[in-house]
Design a protein around this ligand. Structure first.
Ligand SMILES: Cc1cc2nc3c(=O)[nH]c(=O)nc-3n(C[C@H](O)[C@H](O)[C@H](O)COP(=O)(O)OP(=O)(O)OC[C@H]3O[C@@H](n4cnc5c(N)ncnc54)[C@H](O)[C@@H]3O)c2cc1C
Length: 329
């Protein structure tokens, strides 16, 4: 039976969301092509991770080795080259993350396998693989068919597929493979994780975001926006002009040259909806936009839209939230 490999990504004891996003898409592909879905995880002390993955995949291949405590593309390449050559999966999926971007080209070169990067859709068409990628900052979607091969490799854009646990869970078989690493990897060494500065915020992890754009007009209005975000239990994110003006640091920028986010709620205030911005937030579960221009493109992506001056909406919204909170206590 053909296999589809998904390389699980984990960092500091946590499996990253991209893993479950890929497993969900891979399950759909495996069902369509009658392939076996196989999660592959490399690391140190990863038994619990393997159990979590077994809820999604038919097979979980684990390689547990102290030398794999931290990601190392050379070590991963050595192990995966061997595994892929043995199992000959029809498809190998990696996240289009800092790990995947470093590893995938090395792996594809070692295996002489066609590789498509940053994919937003993947489909088998007969025995060839078709992928969809975005070009020109998201203006154009390009569908490409890869040259015929036994194994295809793709990196998958984050927050593209919505993770969904199979019902009932897959109850997959966990297979522990001895580590083929015989010596320390010396080509590259892990030094340390550099965490965001204290007080730094990871907008990709926030459940609720208040996205602010040029429509807020003046830096003097920032406290009003911060206040609303706080009342809502949300984090402030923004469009590029806000970063250009220095009102928020660049790790708060959403879009093609910023971060891709997928919160439960994205409240867009005074953001026009340029495609470079939309690219980074269109997969949010619920999008509410406030803009005084009824023709603003953001309304094409919003679940709810308010055509109004945001300076009228923000104070009344804040009051209403406080009112509801007071009723609950
Ligand atoms: C290579 C490249 C990469 C880029 N990357 C990114 C990126 O990653 N992220 C990003 O965001 N942009 C990016 N941009 C910039 C992008 O093209 C837009 O210029 C930008 O997103 C516009 O930001 P905005 O919506 O805040 O401002 P504007 O487009 O100026 O929109 C402001 C909106 O506020 C509304 N408004 C004004 N006053 C009020 C009010 N009182 N009440 C309600 N609404 C009001 C207006 O109607 C308008 O729709 C990139 C551009 C390039 C060329």
């Amino acid at each position: 039976m053909a296999k589809i490999f998904v390389l699980a990504e984990h960092r500091q004891g946590i499996i990253r969301d991209i893993t479950f996003e890929m497993l969900t898409k891979a399950r759909e592909l495996a069902e369509k092509t009658n392939a076996e879905l196989c999660a592959v995880i490399l690391g140190k002390g990863i038994a619990e991770h393997a159990k979590a993955l077994a809820e999604y995949a038919k097979t979980v291949i684990t390689i547990d080795d102290p030398k794999l405590e931290n990601f190392n593309s050379e070590a991963y390449k050595k192990i995966l080259t061997k595994l892929i050559a043995e199992h000959k999966p029809s498809l190998v999926m990696l996240g289009h993350t800092s790990y995947g971007v470093e590893l995938a080209p090395r792996l594809a070169t070692a295996l002489n396998t066609p590789l498509a990067t940053d994919c937003i859709d993947i489909a088998f068409e007969g025995d060839t693989l078709a992928v969809t990628r975005q070009m020109y900052g998201g203006k154009v979607n390009v569908k490409a068919t890869l040259r015929k091969a036994e194994t295809y490799m793709v990196t998958v854009r984050q927050a593209t597929f919505t993770p969904k646990k199979p019902e009932p869970p897959a109850n997959g078989q966990i297979i522990t493979v001895p580590s083929p690493l015989t010596e320390e990897i010396t080509e590259k060494r892990f030094l340390q994780y550099v965490l965001p500065p204290p007080g730094g915020v990871d907008i990709t992890a926030a459940e609720k975001l208040v996205g602010i754009g040029r429509g807020i007009k003046d830096q003097a209005n920032m406290p009003l926006m911060e206040d609303l975000a706080k009342t809502l239990g949300a984090v402030l994110a923004c469009s590029r002009p806000i970063v250009d003006k220095g009102w928020l640091p660049n790790d708060r920028q959403v879009g093609s040259s910023g971060k891709t986010v997928k919160p439960k709620l994205y409240l867009a205030l005074g953001i026009s909806g340029a495609f470079q911005h939309v690219l980074g937030m269109k997969s949010s579960d619920l999008i509410i936009a406030v803009n005084k221009d009824p023709k603003a493109p953001i309304f094409s992506f919003a679940d709810y839209g308010v055509v109004e001056d945001l300076f009228k909406i923000v104070p009344s919204l804040k009051n209403k939230i406080n009112e509801v909170k007071a009723q609950k206590t």
